[in-house]
Design a protein around this ligand. Sequence first.
Ligand SMILES: Nc1ncnc2c1ncn2[C@@H]1O[C@H](COP(=O)(O)OP(=O)(O)OP(=O)(O)O)[C@@H](O)[C@H]1O
Length: 257
Amino acid sequence: MSPVLSVRNLAKSFGGIKAVQDVNFDVGKGEFLALIGPNGAGKTTCFNMLNGYLKPNTGSVKLNGKELLGTPPRKIWRLGVGRTFQITETFLSMTVLENIQMALISYHRRVFDLFSRATRLYVDEAMALLDLVNMSEQAQRACSELAYGDLKRLELAIALAHEPALLLMDEPTAGMAPSERIALMALTAEIVEREGVSVVFTEHDMDVVFAHSHRILVLNRGELIAEGTGEEIRANATVQEVYLGGGTLFEEELAHA
Ligand SMILES: Nc1ncnc2c1ncn2[C@@H]1O[C@H](COP(=O)(O)OP(=O)(O)OP(=O)(O)O)[C@@H](O)[C@H]1O
């Protein structure tokens, strides 16, 4: 089956810093792919080139065979590359349901004059999305009252509102307690399976990475140094050297392995 995303020879430098160098990988339909690496490895730079926020020096990024480079971020989003956004202050004052409705209204390019009218739009679709992240019972709650983990689930539902083919999640569990991280990614994995969405995520917590990803890509100093299943990555000597040398979380993980 042809890949959903195909990345070839992707490179980006900032002055003398080679943030990403000659990166190549594919993402299959329904694949849950982790992009890991020590601090400064180039993960965020890679993501920002995939979603159009950063222009690469060289390379090609194709979504279902269509070249994305040179396409503005909003258009890339419309073509099916989604990302999770943090819910900002304004949206925190709205209810959970209203937040999803706003995402749907924006996706369907509906124009509305008064918010009172907007409250009637896309209720069923919004409830279905809330159901997907097990939050339908919290539909009428104000977002400002939500626990942090619930807010993250809501952000996931919002990202799914435009039915992306590929979802990019840059450190989706940042700031969460370890048990919450596992739960959020377990839910994401379940949705990936059920809806056939492809996901690429970055994550510093190796327990989360090994628990749920189908495949792992390892970046170091901008270069892809390894690719494989959790087991293959754990056993990879180059990866161990990079992480042990860097003294990161991975060190603890390897000690427990
Ligand atoms: N806008 C920028 N200007 C200059 N240098 C940058 C810029 N963005 C990233 N870099 C540099 O590029 C390299 C890769 O950074 P990047 O943020 O992509 O790494 P990362 O793997 O996401 O790191 P972290 O895990 O710490 O978020 C780093 O050396 C960083 O300092």
